[in-house]
Unconditional design. Structure first.
Length: 363
């Protein structure tokens, strides 16, 4: 643990942020760069805030190699609001293909059904979403407006390591829980979006990266102004007051990732951490992972003992040992360790050491 007596926080989101970023923000809390006020108090129309949002956009563009023909929008309303915004903005033929690999894809599909016809072209519900279905040759109608995935499944701990063959259709991906965790080829997607509260910043900001030709000039008259992507694209994310402080922290996290060596370095760091935990799970007699090995997430690692009482005992004792938020999602049970970018390798080692000790004591 650090000198601040901070716990190792394995929460799925809001989640751990880099200590360096938190310290910087604390230092600037009362007086940002000599302006005599906090970013929290600053007008979003000020030159100073314009500089903050411009820098944040440039840094994420650098990190992800975002082409010039993609807009980067800093939005509000969570990924859940984009569940509606996506069909509202992309609807042409009134049909979309959804691949269901967990709760969030399921919810997104249900929301989209309010606006268009949804074809569920693949699902892993048959085995409690413990794998990613084969998406190499899906039965996708020619006239669908887009193909939708949730790329990393926070609850079930699965990840697409290969993107679906969309048969030439626009790919839309919710990347909330794997944002900036590894290099990404933005050109393979039409839309990438995610809530930042897992891997990028504090709750309250959504980042959407949208290819310009997919931002419609006109949407149905029933679409709320704030849900039309063009509204914020034309206004540089400043149509209304944005989540200023959240964007400022995201900007600091982008700079921290750059300093760490960018997304290649992040992937290496994340693979190293995940390997420590998965190797232990694969050799443990008490604990076992719940996901098919080839589809495992580097970010979210669910595991169980097979005994609910023992699971509860583990979570309680782990908490007492400074390992917080390990209780699994109610739909899976057991435990889940979310080991996002900012989780230090020491945190994962501390968790594995505790698991070893617990296993010996409860054999």
């Amino acid at each position: 643990m650090s000198k601040y007596d901070r716990v190792y926080n394995f929460s799925a989101g809001p989640a751990v942020l880099p200590e360096e970023v938190l310290k910087e923000a604390a230092d600037e809390m009362l007086d940002y760069k000599g302006c005599g006020m906090s970013v929290m108090e600053m007008s979003h129309r000020s030159k100073m805030f314009q500089q903050i949002i411009d820098e944040a956009e440039q840094d994420i563009r650098d990190l992800m190699n975002i082409p010039d023909n993609y807009k980067v929008l800093f939005l509000q309303g969570g990924a859940s609001q984009q569940f509606a915004a996506v069909p509202m903005n992309l609807k042409k033929n009134g049909k979309a293909a959804y691949i269901i690999t967990g709760q969030w894809a399921k919810k997104a599909a249900a929301e989209a059904e309010k606006f268009l016809e949804v074809k569920r072209v693949a699902s892993s519900a048959d085995k409690t979403f413990s794998y990613i279905p084969d998406c190499s040759d899906l039965d996708i109608d020619d006239d669908v407006d887009y193909v939708y995935i949730c790329e990393n499944n926070t609850i079930y701990g699965t990840k697409y390591h290969e993107l679906p063959n969309t048969k030439g259709h626009t790919l839309v991906a919710d990347v909330s829980s794997c944002f900036l965790s590894e290099p990404v080829d933005v050109t393979k997607y039409g839309v990438i979006y995610g809530g930042v509260q897992k891997n990028v910043g504090p709750a309250g900001v959504v980042i959407a990266i949208i290819r310009e030709d997919l931002i419609p000039e006109e949407v149905d008259s029933t679409v709320p102004t704030m849900l039309a992507w063009k509204t914020q694209a034309d206004a540089g994310s400043l149509y209304n007051t944005p989540p200023c402080y959240g964007i400022y922290i995201c900007g600091k996290v982008f700079k921290w990732i750059k300093k760490m060596g960018g997304l290649e370095a992040m992937k290496k760091h994340n693979e190293e951490k995940a390997k420590i935990l998965y190797d232990f799970l694969d050799n443990s007699k008490l604990f076992k992972g719940t996901v098919v090995p080839k589809d495992r997430s580097l970010m979210n690692v669910p595991f169980v003992t097979g005994n609910e009482e023992l699971d509860a005992k583990f979570v309680a004792e782990a908490k007492a040992a400074g390992l917080e938020n390990l209780k699994g999602h109610r739909t899976v049970g057991g435990m889940r360790a979310s080991i996002y970018n900012a989780m230090p390798i020491e945190g994962v080692k501390a968790l594995v050491e505790f698991m070893e000790k617990f296993e010996k004591e409860n054999a």
